[in-house]
Design a protein around this ligand. Structure first.
Ligand code: FDA
Length: 583
């Protein structure tokens, strides 16, 4: 059958992974079509934490201002309390998302961008809207049914859910961004490790003015430990801010081994009143839904011309807020590679690096998110909630920590220690920023990987070691403050050098001319186009002034040369050809 529609890249799904793939591909001038099953984007808030790395990526794509306009800023995100109810007793509180004054400097130094909170149903239209305005063709109410691959491309059969008819779309490449039950991943036989459906959760989205219980301790998450409020259990609930302080989402558990519960509005309101601890507040339920927690990841992300990403490849609970962030970062990793291959400037072998670079990240975040759930255990333990199933006794055990006894002092110490462990969920800056890629798209410089001097999950360790994310430093360019990340990105390679490195700039121009691959080049130093205003770059670059860094379009270091070499052009050309699979 002749395909009704042809394109270079077909994207299945318009969630964070699919929408951002379309955005990046269109920004790079790659023709693409998005199909998505439903009539519009996400209809519930779902993901919300948008971390610095994602914000840098959206900044590069020109969307940061739009996101900041709608998002809740970092300073309103981070006084996370653990309470018996919002109106009840507070058991502990933790500065989160980099808001502890001692941690804020780490975050501020690491990136030109900040963490923000933006619910998925507000983020997706921004991303997809920009994708459409840059040329993505988006077909709603269109369901993926199946695919056939050959040496030249992929033929995908889809169903128009309005008219009911099926038709084919022909693409050179296919992106499967169809979420945690990915049919695309299944159809191409990607190998799934781990386990699906580990636990059941219920979302209740509602409006209620909770200002008096929350505004003095602004947070996006309010953890409620309520013995006896679920059958025979501890009763751990989450009240999550959607919009301060009148739109909310409660996450409440259910037994996944039992039939899925029917959640009536009355029952949902009862859960809200219990967790808030005030049954006089007006509550309007907007929606309820059930979802399951998973501990599963794909060991491989690609098969032939089909590339999967996002929840299709990493399926995990929302802990650490990594889901949509990692999905957008997957898309950013693949888009520039697809663009160079589709444009004939790189060999298809470049695409092998997508899997090599992103699959380890996916596995890491699935394990971290699940471990963060397990790390509630020590809090329950310290409060004496695991020693009994009697809610009265649990409440008495919580009370016991107030005594002036050595046992109570020990209980308080254990609670402090347990809360401290939650930094691995809420201040895991290293998990978010320490991605160091190893693949054919990174050219080693012969130096060993720099060791982490602080905990690699909690702390970001900047380095220009090839494969690592480019360290951020504020510079001055044409009388404007710019980040190193602003010089890089925009779909092109970027070469950074210093005084004495002009040979590299000439080499970049020559190699770009020879390969057709754009390379922006900057000399950073006094009297040059870019000034190292605070000498921060001199401290971060880890190469001599006359050395250079070659940065990939996704802001990761492709290669570096410690100092000037005799023949910069040959050196640079060799590196680029190796990286692009042209050697
Ligand atoms: P996603 O599931 O979003 O999108 C899949 C797309 O594929 C949809 O557009 C769908 O219509 C389409 N589709 C599916 N089948 C199709 C078919 N056959 N044909 C055509 N289209 C099809 N993450 C995070 O980073 N921070 C956070 O704070 C949270 N918090 C959070 C809270 C809660 C309660 C939940 C349930 C989840 C989170 N997450 C999160 C996770 C986050 O929601 C999730 O990781 C992302 O939505 C994944 O994005 P994807 O684009 O991969 O899939």
């Amino acid at each position: 059958m002749t395909a009704s529609l042809t394109t270079d890249v077909l994207v299945v799904g318009s969630g964070p992974a699919g929408a951002s793939s379309a955005l990046f591909l269109s920004s790079l001038g790659v023709d693409n079509v998005v199909i998505t099953k439903y009539c519009w984007t996400a209809n519930t808030p779902r993901a919300h934490i948008t971390n610095q790395r994602t914000m840098e990526i959206l900044r590069d794509a020109g969307l940061e201002a739009d996101v900041l306009e709608k998002a809740t800023p970092q300073h309103l995100m981070g006084q996370t309390p653990f309470v018996t109810s919002l109106a009840g007793e507070e058991l502990a509180r933790l500065h989160t998302w980099g808001n502890h004054p001692a941690r804020l400097a780490d975050y501020t130094l690491a990136s030109p961008s900040t963490h923000v909170d933006l619910p998925q149903d507000l983020l997706e239209p921004i991303v997809l809207g920009h994708a459409a305005s840059r040329g993505s063709r988006i077909r709603f109410d269109t369901e993926y049914l199946g695919l056939v691959q050959d040496d030249e491309g992929v033929t995908v059969t889809v169903r128009d859910r309005l008219g009911g008819h099926t038709y084919d779309i022909r693409a050179k490449y296919l992106i499967g961004a169809d979420g945690g039950r990915s049919q695309v991943a299944q159809d191409v036989g990607l190998p799934l490790a781990g386990r699906m459906d580990v636990a059941g959760s219920m979302n209740i989205v509602f409006t209620a003015d909770l200002s008096r219980y929350v505004a003095y301790r602004p947070s996006v998450l309010y953890w409620v430990l309520q013995p006896g409020s679920d059958v025979g259990g501890i009763g751990l609930g989450l009240v999550r801010m959607v919009r301060p302080w009148h739109e909310w989402l409660i996450v409440w558990g259910y037994d996944i081994d039992e039939p899925p519960p029917e959640v009536s509005d009355e029952h949902a309101i009862e859960i809200v009143h219990n967790l808030v601890g005030d049954d006089t507040i007006d509550v309007a339920i907007r929606s309820t839904s059930l979802w399951s927690n998973n501990r599963a990841w794909m060991e491989r992300y690609a098969e032939g011309r089909v590339f999967c990403m996002g929840d299709a490849c990493h399926r995990h609970p929302p802990s650490n807020g990594l889901g949509s962030n990692t999905s957008i970062q997957d898309a950013y990793n693949l888009a520039w590679k697809l663009a160079l291959v589709v444009q004939g400037k790189a060999a298809p072998a470049l695409l092998d690096s997508y899997d090599a670079e992103r699959a380890p990240v996916g596995e890491q975040i699935v394990k971290r998110a699940n471990q963060s759930i397990d790390e509630f255990g020590p809090i329950f333990q310290a409060l004496g909630l695991l020693d009994t199933s009697d809610p009265e006794q649990m409440r008495a055990n919580i009370e016991a920590r107030k005594q002036a006894t050595p046992e109570a002092a020990e209980q308080r110490r254990r609670l402090r220690e347990a809360i401290e462990l939650k930094n691995y969920e809420f201040n895991a800056h290293g998990v978010e920023m320490n991605h160091r890629y190893r693949s054919s798209a990174v050219v080693a410089d012969g130096t060993p990987e720099p060791p982490f001097e602080r905990d690699p999950e909690l702390y970001y360790a900047p380095t220009t070691w090839p494969g690592a994310r480019l360290p951020h430093a504020w510079l001055e360019h044409r009388a404007a403050r710019v980040s190193t990340h602003d010089l890089a990105g925009k779909g092109r390679f970027c070469l950074l050098t210093g005084i004495g490195g002009d040979g590299w700039v000439d080499a970049a121009a020559a190699v770009a001319g020879a390969t057709g691959v754009e390379i922006a080049a900057y000399v950073i130093g006094p009297g040059r186009e870019v000034l190292d205003t605070y000498d921060d770059w001199a401290r971060a670059r880890e190469v001599e002034e006359d050395g250079c860094l070659l940065v990939r379009p996704d802001g990761h270091v492709a290669w570096r040369s410690r100092s000037r070499v005799d023949d910069p052009r040959t050196a640079l050309q060799g590196v680029l050809e190796q990286l692009l699979g042209l050697d």
